[in-house]
Design a protein around this ligand. Sequence first.
Ligand SMILES: *Cc1c(COP(=O)(O)O)cnc(C)c1O
Length: 405
Amino acid sequence: MIERARQLDAGDPLAEYRERFDVPEGVIYLDGNSLGCLPRATPARLEEVVREEWGRDLIRSWNTAGWIDLPAKVGGKIAPLIGAKPHEVIVADSVSVNLFKLISAALAMRPGRKVVLSEPGNFPTDIYMIEGLEKQGLAERRLSERGKLLEALDEDVALLLLTHAHYKTGELFDMGALTRAAHEAGALVLWDLSHSGGALPVDLNACEADFAVGCGYKYLNGGPGAPAYAFVAERHLADTQQPLSGWMGHAKPFAFSDDYTPAPGIERLLCGTPGILGLSALEVGVDIIAEIGVERLYAKSQKLSEFFRQCLSESGVELELVSPTDPASRGSQLSFRHAEAYAICQALIARGVIGDFRDPDILRFGFAPAYLRFEDMAEAARHLVEVLENGEWQREEFRQRAAVT
Ligand SMILES: *Cc1c(COP(=O)(O)O)cnc(C)c1O
């Protein structure tokens, strides 16, 4: 398979972009869906922001280096990746905090309705944020299995909150159909794009989505704990009242008024002072992804994951795939179920093949197409087959659970 892989790499139009990332020697990185690789341009950009903009120009940089506009500027660069207009997206806080703001805003826009509908097994923070609002008496949590969501959309539902590409299985929701169904039931929709933004084409406005949030440190390569982004459809901007009424979301933060007046546009989603270092690093990652384009990225990731499956099946190893078999129905990942998934994952990491484990029995491989080669697929599959066949995963050292899996 290695020969075939090299041929595919030779014909890969995105091959040159690997050079834009600092992929460590001897590592096959299949976890770009959890923490994207370091772009080579990021350290120099951070050095410049730290030494010149902060160190030399100090507080003047809020104006001279455009720090104050950075959340909207980077948001505007993310917008075309998710089918939004530039003034509908802002970078701020974490995904969790943005979920809180937008769930609250949606509830306020649907007086008389309190139910926030989601699915069991959605990413934990999404469910916990609903729960937090429920404890304050503001929301009522309703979880309904994928196949039964349409039935659960009744006249009590204020908001449908779903993750577009499931973090465990990669399965995609039909964004257009579910948004339409929610609207027909009088509800609003909030999409979590953490596993789709920057990985596959998303068209929020074509789907008439109301709200969305997404992650900066996964496919956007913004670095650990990079700030997240939030989207509000233009038609809702004036009515979106988010509860974290911090001074940076004020129409005139530097008027220092005693009364809160939200900014007229997407800036009203800001709360406190933005983290300029994090935003500056994120901008570098977003620029590369925007330059390549999500259509090309998704096309390659589908080819990579299909090639990986082919390598596995030709080796005769059978693993239970929990991701959809049709690459168009999944995000940029493949997940397999195995009772010993944790130990297998650790054994692979010891060989330099970094994927991840998701409790209780999922072995997850993400295919970030900007820096992965077909050769990596053939090699990763070979390592996985060896680990399974020689029982290497049974070693005691691979059973110790670390705090972060
Ligand atoms: C990674 C991820 C998050 C992360 O939330 P943070 O608050 O930024 O830690 C949220 N939702 C989904 C679906 C994710 O995959």
